[in-house]
Ligand binder design. Sequence first.
Ligand code: FE2
Length: 132
Amino acid sequence: MENLVWNDKFSIGLPEIDEQHKKLIDIINMMNDVVEGKAMKNTTMKIVLREMVNYTNYHFNSEEELMIKSGYPGYAEHKKEHTDFIIAVKKFSVEIKENRNISCDLIIFLYNWLTNHILNVDNKMGQYTLGK
Ligand SMILES: [Fe+2]
């Protein structure tokens, strides 16, 4: 599968969050490289997945702090999306630990989730924050 390329339409107008989204895309692309057999030696899915989980937690915390600080009314709904995503990723982690074959499904899920989330959910948060 083709790597996901950052596009200006993904910008939500908050440079710090945009940078974090770029980093997340990089990490998912690394996972795609592992699936495609293009990753560097010693880079395993377990390692990249761990990095993704850690970075995602850090990133979600940044967004949630921002929403609390700005009194964003959609906070609970937005946070629920983050929680559901973490649950889905944990499920994949278990499958990887049990060495079940991970196909492109995981990558497709991650690309779709992230792009939809940025374009719809994060974008609303960005507009609200900028309008304050
Ligand atoms: Fe978000």
